[in-house]
Design a protein around this ligand. Structure first.
Ligand code: UD1
Ligand code: MG
Length: 434
């Protein structure tokens, strides 16, 4: 469907969010609210305009980072605050214009499409809610929509209405352009409300209808409580979809999975895990309470309680408890316990002993550790980067390694043990034996 223009309203201050960050930059399942809404809009239209105001630079760079060909315009928020003021900034090019708010990331494209299929001059999306507080109420006379009254402007009878404005509208574009200049700011917020277009259209003899949509899909996120509710719903959808497609998730309500994460083959995610960013997990098991960020895990087992920080690439590898990786490339390696492996490359058959640390940071710069095949790293080894450990190197436990090795070397880099006979008794004196 490419003959519909879409305007996404994203200029508001988001005051109720109580945040220094624009409301639409807050994330759900790892992706910003604005990116979720633009992504869905792209399934319907190739003429998408996002109207920005508050934090214009930050929000526009987020959009440009994720998408091409999105029109970004600025609302005159000083002279024309409010949702109608936002629409004034856009120039839709097709005969029909779908207007949606940026704070509804759960929106279903099928329902937006159904709005565009109505024959009325204006079609609004509405839902019945048991708890309509905060939403604009849709006042109807029979099937005819008469007006939308905002919570702040509603009288007691109007507040009792359960039919809510979902915040998505399909307009005949010519009608939209003709009513916009007539909207005023005579209301409790002194804002130019887009919803006032309805009464003006009716006065001009135009038709206005409503389409019932799912309340959950059109939930407007105005504060952090709503953000967490919406994220919960989205998480359930993401995990249900993964499980239907063959991923085992133990106690899924305790697991967070980023919308960008991909799973292939048979994967198992145990309870309490967090998978952040565009990870790829393939034929692997992630044991409980592990965190994986922006990494690839193939044919491996991770955790419990392991932390893979960004840019880790793990193939056929065992990562055990309390092991932290960052920018680490491991192929057929065993790192079973309590290690930090950062800015490193470790090759096949290598065993990383408990307590191994790649000392990658000298206080100014990060340095790389390269470890070859079949290396045996004894426990409690510090590898002081930059360092190159050749294939078949044996590193004695407790070593502080500062120099590269040659193939087949034994490295022992620790103070020599010195036993002083009887020193204990000289120091503490002899205890009476009972
Ligand atoms: C709005 C609707 C309300 C509806 C609800 C659905 C209006 C006047 N009210 O209320 O009827 O029930 O959404 O969730 O439309 N925005 C701008 N410029 C502005 C003000 C807002 O672009 O000057 C944008 C915001 O960034 C936001 C959207 O418009 O994405 C809606 O604004 P918001 O403040 O969330 O309106 P609600 O009070 O939720
Ligand atoms: Mg809102």
């Amino acid at each position: 469907m490419k003959n519909i223009s879409i305007i996404i309203l994203a200029a508001g201050n988001g005051t109720r969010m109580k945040s220094p960050k624009s409301k639409v930059l807050h994330t759900l399942s790892g992706r910003s609210m604005i990116a979720h809404v633009v992504e869905k809009s792209l399934q319907i239209s190739d003429d998408i305009t996002v109207v920005l105001g508050y934090q214009f630079d930050e929000v526009s760079s987020e959009i440009n980072r994720e998408f091409n060909n999105i029109n970004i315009v600025a609302q005159d928020t000083i002279n024309f605050p409010g949702t109608a003021g936002a629409v004034m900034a856009a120039k839709p090019k097709f005969d029909k214009t779908l207007i949606i708010c940026a704070d509804m990331p759960l929106v279903a494209t099928s329902e937006l499409i159904s709005l565009t299929q109505s024959n009325s001059d204006i079609t609004i999306a509405a839902f019945e809610s048991k708890d309509p507080f905060g939403y604009g109420r849709v006042v109807k006379n029979g099937d005819q929509v008469i007006k939308i009254v905002e919570q702040k402007d509603a009288n007691e009878d109007e507040k009792a209405i359960n039919l809510c404005n979902a915040g998505a509208y399909c307009f005949d574009t010519a009608l939209l352009n003709s009513v916009l200049p007539q909207i005023n700011n005579q209301n409790a917020s002194n804002e130019y409300y887009l919803t006032d277009a309805i009464e003006l259209a009716l006065k001009a003899g135009k038709s206005v209808s409503s389409v019932l949509v799912n309340e959950q899909n059109f939930m407007g996120i105005n504060d952090k409580l709503a953000l967490s509710k919406a994220e919960n719903i989205m998480q359930e959808q993401i995990k249900a979809n993964l499980m239907k497609n063959g991923v085992i998730i133990r106690l899924p309500q305790t697991v967070f999975i980023d919308i960008r994460a991909k799973f292939e083959g048979e994967c198992e995610i145990e309870s309490g895990c967090v998978i952040k960013g565009d990870c790829l997990i393939k034929n692997s098991i992630i044991k409980s309470s592990s965190v994986i960020e922006y990494s690839t895990v193939i044919d491996s087992d991770i955790g419990p309680m392991a932390h893979l920080r960004p840019k880790s690439h793990i193939v056929s590898t065992h990562i055990g408890n309390f092991v932290e990786l960052k920018n680490a490339n491991l192929n057929s390696v065993k790192a079973g316990h309590l290690s930090y492996l950062g800015d490193c490359q470790i090759d096949s058959g290598t065993n990383v002993g408990c307590g191994t640390i790649t000392c990658n940071y000298d206080g100014k710069n990060k340095h790389k550790t390269i470890i070859g095949k079949n290396v045996f790293i004894g426990s409690d080894t510090q590898l002081i980067a930059p360092l190159n450990i050749a294939d078949d190197t044996l590193i004695a436990a407790g070593s502080s390694v500062t120099h590269d090795s040659h193939k087949g070397d034994l490295i022992i880099a620790r103070a020599k043990q010195n036993n002083k006979s009887g020193f204990f008794y000289k120091f503490f004196g002899k205890k009476d034996e009972k």
